[in-house]
Design a protein. Structure first.
Length: 486
C-alpha cells in the first residue's frame, strides 16, 4: 500500500512578497495598486518580528483617516497586524490547522493569511482557505484508504469464515462418504501407521472400534514391506502424468485372528504425498465388490476399469492446491447433495468431462452488452438428470466463461429460461414466467429434469445482476430451498 506524501506549510506558500516595517503607508498603498492579484502582504520589522497588512484592512484605515493626509507618511508597522499566526516551513498541514484553531479560540480577529518562516527568515504567505481545503482533502484520502482497508478486512474475514464453514462441512461430507463406501478402504501414514479404515474394511479384517489401538499398523494388516510399497507409489506420485492412476497389487490381508486372505488392492498416495490409501477390490475367492457395482457401462472394456473415481472422490479431502481444476469444488459440493453412490459416481464422471471441455475451450471476450455472438463455437449440450444447473453454473463461473446457459424442458413450451455469464460473472437471468434478474435464479437452479445448452460467447441483452457470482448462487440456492420447504 502506497503511503500518502505529507503536505508541509512551505508547499502551500502562494506569495513570497513582503515589505520592511519602516516603509510608508503611502508606498504600501501604491504597491497594492500595482499588484491587483495580491490581497495580503507580509511585513518584516527590524527586530525580526513579523506582521500582516491586507488590501481591505489598509483601505478601511485610510477611509477612517481621510481628513489627515499625514498618515500616509507613517511607517506601515504602525497599522499592521502585530500578532499573525507564524508557522515553520517544516510544519505539516495537520499541525498548521491545529495552531490555527487554537489561535482562533483566543482571538477572533486573525487574518485570512498565515506567515511561513524558516530559521527566522520570511518565506511567504499561505491562505487559510487553501490550508483548510488541503486538510480536508488529506482527511478524505485517509478516510477513503481506511474504508478500503476495512472493506478488504471485511471481505477477508468473510472468506475465512466461509472457508472455515465450508471446510467443516467438507470434513463431515468426506467422512460420511468414506464410512458409507461399499469398498473396503484403509489409510496409512508414511511410516505405515494406521490412520483410518472404513466400516467395510474393518468388517473384512474382523476389527471393531474397541479392537483398534494406537499400535495398529500396516504390518499387522498386510504381509510385505510397507516401505518398498510406499517408495514405489511415491516415485509414481512424483510423475504428474501417472499421479491420478492407482496401482493394482496382489496382496495378503491379515485378519484380527491371524487368518490370511489373498486380495487385489488399489494403492494410491493422497495429493500431499504423505498418506497411502489402499482400496480392496477383491478378497478371498469372491469379489468384495466388482467393477459393475461401481460404473455401469455398455462397453465391456470400460466395465473392467478399476474404481478409481471413488478413490479420487475421497482424495479430494486432502487435495488443496493439487485438485483437478474446475471439477474439484463442484464435485465436493455434489457429494453433500447426492446420497446414491451409483448416481454420485456417474455425476462425478460427467462433471469431470464437462470441466475438461470447458477448460480446454478458448474463447474471445466480447463486450458484456453487445448483444451479438462472436465466433462459431458449437453449443455444449447435456441432460439435467446427469448434470444439475447449480453444478453447471459453478463450473462456468470458476472457468470465467462468457455465454448463455439455456434451460429446456421435455414438453412444450420447451424453453424455461436462461442464465447469462460474462467472464465468470452472472450478469442476467430470465425465466418463462417473466421473472428476471436475481428473482429468476431460484426457479432456474431448482430445475431437475430437461436439458441444457450452453452457447459460448453469446452475450446478454442486458445487465440485471451485479456482484460476486458465487455469493449470488449461494443466495439463490438458499431461496430455492426455502421455496421448496414452503
Amino acid at each position: 500500500m502506497s503511503t500518502q506524501k505529507t503536505t508541509l506549510a512551505q508547499d502551500l506558500v502562494y506569495t513570497t512578497n513582503y515589505v520592511e516595517g519602516a516603509m510608508s503607508i503611502a508606498d504600501v498603498k501604491g504597491w497594492f495598486q500595482t499588484q491587483l492579484s495580491v490581497s495580503c502582504l507580509g511585513i518584516v520589522c527590524d527586530d525580526g518580528t513579523f506582521g500582516l497588512i491586507s488590501r481591505s484592512h489598509l483601505s478601511q484605515y485610510l477611509i477612517g483617516q481621510k481628513h489627515d493626509p499625514s498618515v500616509l507618511k507613517q511607517p506601515v508597522a504602525d497599522i499592521m497586524i502585530t500578532n499573525p499566526v507564524v508557522l515553520e516551513a517544516s510544519h505539516d498541514v495537520d499541525f498548521a490547522v491545529g495552531r490555527l484553531i487554537l489561535t482562533k479560540s483566543m482571538d477572533d480577529g486573525f487574518f485570512n493569511d498565515l506567515i511561513v518562516q524558516e530559521a527566522g527568515s520570511f518565506i511567504g504567505l499561505i491562505s487559510v482557505r487553501d490550508l483548510l481545503m488541503t486538510h480536508l482533502e488529506n482527511m478524505t484520502h485517509r478516510l477513503t484508504a481506511m474504508e478500503a482497508q476495512l472493506a478488504a478486512l471485511a471481505r477477508k474475514n468473510k472468506e475465512l469464515f466461509e472457508n472455515s464453514f465450508r471446510q467443516g462441512r467438507m470434513e463431515t461430507q468426506y467422512k460420511d462418504v468414506f464410512e458409507r463406501s461399499p469398498i473396503p478402504m484403509v489409510v496409512f501414514d508414511e511410516n505405515g501407521k494406521y490412520i483410518s479404515g472404513n466400516q467395510r474394511f474393518m468388517a473384512l479384517a474382523d476389527y471393531t472400534t474397541k479392537h483398534i489401538d494406537t499400535k495398529l499398523s500396516y504390518r499387522k494388516l498386510f504381509e510385505g514391506d510397507f516401505k518398498t510399497l510406499f517408495d514405489q507409489e511415491l516415485t509414481k506420485w512424483r510423475d504428474l502424468s501417472q499421479r491420478d492412476e492407482p496401482s493394482q497389487y496382489s496382496m495378503v490381508l491379515i485378519t484380527r485372528h491371524d487368518e490370511s486372505q489373498p486380495c487385489q488392492v488399489l494403492a494410491d498416495l493422497t495429493p500431499d504425498g504423505q498418506h497411502l490409501m489402499l482400496t480392496v477390490i477383491q478378497a478371498g475367492r469372491e469379489a468384495v465388490i466388482g467393477p459393475r457395482d461401481i460404473v455401469e457401462s455398455a462397453n465391456p472394456r470400460e466395465s473392467q476399469k478399476p474404481p478409481g473415481k471413488i478413490t479420487q472422490a475421497i482424495k479430494l479431502k486432502l487435495s488443496d492446491a493439487n485438485a483437478i481444476g474446475l471439477a474439484r469444488s463442484v464435485a465436493t459440493n455434489l457429494i453433500d447433495r447426492e446420497a446414491d453412490m451409483d448416481q454420485l459416481m456417474r455425476k462425478l464422471e460427467t462433471i469431470i468431462d464437462v470441466a475438461q471441455k470447458i477448460e480446454g475451450r478458448s474463447e474471445q471476450t466480447p463486450s458484456p452488452e453487445s448483444g451479438t455472438r462472436s465466433g462459431q463455437d458449437e453449443p455444449m449440450r447435456g441432460k439435467l438428470t446427469d448434470f444439475s444447473v447449480i453444478d453447471l453454473a459453478q463450473i462456468l463461473v470458476q472457468g470465467t466463461k462468457t455465454g448463455q446457459l439455456m434451460l429446456l424442458r421435455r414438453t412444450e413450451p420447451r424453453y424455461v429460461g436462461s442464465i447469462y455469464f460474462y467472464c465468470g460473472s452472472i450478469v442476467h437471468a430470465e425465466a418463462l414466467n417473466s421473472m428476471a434478474g436475481e428473482d429468476a435464479l431460484p426457479a432456474l437452479l431448482s430445475l431437475k429434469e430437461g436439458s441444457f445448452e450452453f452457447l459460448f460467447n453469446q452475450n446478454s441483452p442486458t445487465v440485471t445482476i451485479h456482484g460476486d457470482a458465487m455469493g449470488i448462487l449461494m443466495d439463490a440456492c438458499r431461496r430455492a430451498d426455502e421455496q421448496d420447504s414452503d
